[in-house]
Design a protein around this ligand. Sequence first.
Ligand code: LIP
Ligand code: MG
Ligand code: MG
Length: 239
Amino acid sequence: MAEQWQDVLDHAVAVAQKAGKVGLLENPDYFIPLVLFIGEESVAAGEPCDLTDEPTWIIDPIDGTTNFFPLAFLLIMGVVYSCLEDKMFVARRGKGAFCNGKQLRVSDQKDIHCSIVATEFGSNRDGGAVEKIFSSLRKVVCLPVHGVRGAGSAAINLCLVASGCVEAYYEIGVHVWDVAAGALMVTEAGGVLMDVEGGALDMMSRRILAANNRHIAEQIVGQIQAFTPQRDDAPPQQQ
Ligand SMILES: O=P([O-])([O-])O[C@@H]1[C@@H](O)[C@H](O)[C@@H](O)[C@H](O)[C@@H]1O
Ligand SMILES: [Mg+2]
Ligand SMILES: [Mg+2]
């Protein structure tokens, strides 16, 4: 069984590498045998966005809408390819997270004042939401933290946490296909995931906080003015 999953992961890495070269997925049939499928484009086309216990590929062909190719085999394996940097991030549950074969480990920083926090403004332009995003960022900056970053991609921001390049990343408004692969990268590198209000992470809630440790995460939680976007798995009639 273990070897079967390794073959699947090797295949996903090969497809991600190829997609990074051509800029799009040439043959989506690669993902069809075997499993269910949730993708940004398929959901936009009206396909369901339901997470079940069945093996499911969660795919964002281009995240950050520039040069990235993340995909995930939810909770079992994750692949994020940063093609500009030629960095292949791979995680497998219980077996660690790696970048170009080198094992990843989150930062061991415990002091929030020495920490770098990544976040994004997202795509929601509703006045109330924008207000809360700015207000949260202002409070995080004034903790004070050492610095703030944003790679423009949820997937890459999560890989930065996993790599120890930043201590934390939070965002409200992301989708499950933006974060599924990177979230596994963080936990396999020793980090923590939670909701922006401190509860358990709900992958379909469109809210995420990832950090190198719980202490750093909880201090950021205290600064975030949360809001509740429509869930990814909301019934179609509500969308
Ligand atoms: O849409 P896309 O480029 O695949 O994914 C993007 C996310 O990775 C990013 O973190 C978020 O701020 C953007 O609004 C967008 O959702
Ligand atoms: Mg995306
Ligand atoms: Mg996308």
